[in-house]
Design a protein around this ligand. Sequence first.
Ligand code: FRU
Length: 537
Amino acid sequence: MRNFHSILTLFFLSIFWPACTPPAETVVEQEVATPAPDYYQELYRPAYHFTPEQNWMNDPNGLVYFEGEYHLFYQYNPKGIRWGNMSWGHAVSQDLVHWEHLPIALNMEDDIMIFSGSAVVDHNNSSGLCQNDEACMIAIYTAHTDTLQNQAIAYSNDRGRSWTKYEGNPVLDENMKDFRDPKVFWQEEEEKWVMAVAVPQEQKIRFYSSQNLIKWEMLSEFGPQGFVDGIWECPDLFELQVAETGEKKWVLIVSYNTSNEGSAMQYFVGDFDGTTFTNDNTDDLVLTLDYGKDFYAGVTWNNTPEGDKLLIGWINNWQYGQDIPTQPWRSAQSLVRKLELHEFPEGTRLTQHPVEALQNIRGKRVHDENVQLQEGDNYLSLENIQGKQLEIIAEFEYQSIETKSDAEVLAGEFGVKVFKGEEQETAIGYDVATQSLFVDRTQSGDTSFHDSFANRTVALMPSDDGTVKIHIYVDHSVVEVFGEDGYVAMTNRIFPDPTKDGVEVYGVGGSVSLKSLDIWEIQSAWQPKTSSTEQPQ
Ligand code: FRU
């Protein structure tokens, strides 16, 4: 057994501070309120994931880019830390990393809750709701009562700062109790608005079209297919080019929720001809969007500058989500991920990469390469690293069955342990025998609030050349993992004792080397609150 800590400190510690001066045009006079010294410092509070200042949050809603700002609306309870009184909270960002909280955009009223939905930019005033015939923002949401769900709209003529519910609401009513989560987008080729909306209990997504966002006509239905043992919610439909062939495909993503296993997400790859979505794969194939226990209701931004498909998801699970031990807020949103379609031996699949702007908040870095992890209980103990806000990229190479000599044992398992301390660790690893990536949170800290929380999530991730790349983001109580350049995503929440924040690279049961390792401390994306009313130019 060897301890490589000293090697690391001697050779590989390098420190740099990225320049993060804001662009000149965003610096405007502003009144700065007295900073709260403990702002966003509570136990388990993520430092670079989005969380509301207080109260309950669930799905991301109304994702749209407009005039220099990415809008993030979200399911929000203004009055409590558990689900209820659903309204749309609101935040904006210019880089998808730093967010500014704004007042609630849509409040529940007259016992009608504002459930999940989307937002679009009505460039040509097709709705007639934009002032002076200029582009305005329209939100499309589910109006919910205990007996009826239908689709309604609201509009904003001041860049999302104030909203008016349309007086002719609802705009789409099928007299159904469960009919929700409209995702609307402009279909360029057909020159029409298209809505994907869930019929949860029937495991169906319905498609509607409109010329004006007000009058909707049904086009078709898709489902049940893929995972069908739960209710379907929060659909999204978009087109992407396959990187290798340039072919255009349509992707339909669907969240599903089960009473036993909780919440997860699947997607379908196929075609949409303006009326019908057809799945390229067999009805029973389930393509999983994120293999962790905590990624749900993920949807993409409309109207992005380069047409990028940018996804964000709710880091929680309906199975235990209302009992997680955080206060005065509950739930987080994932990092924003750019989606791509790639060809793999098994077919066309989505890959996910956190947005590049996250590199701007990288801080102190440790680098290492070509370290042989000896058979047995080997590790690198990175004691000089603060383990609560990290980005880790580790590439391993293990000896495959073909190359190993008789004397050697095939590597059993290797990976990275975070929040490591006495009787505590979260392991992010690779199991060679099953060719799978896993996150093990059985000893991750507080798991007491729900019987099912202490678990291990697993994803098949074949490695044909004996190398494995793992990209990990650690943020106090979030572990977001990407395997093999975004081929696998795995998001899990943990609630560790923050005083036990060690990081170890480990390999057990065989012969494995660490080809390269980069670890960055990540700076907080949250500034003390200002009373700024600044607007970007
Ligand atoms: C998904 C969901 C949506 C619904 C919203 C209510 O998490 O159940 O179907 O619109 O949450 O908050």
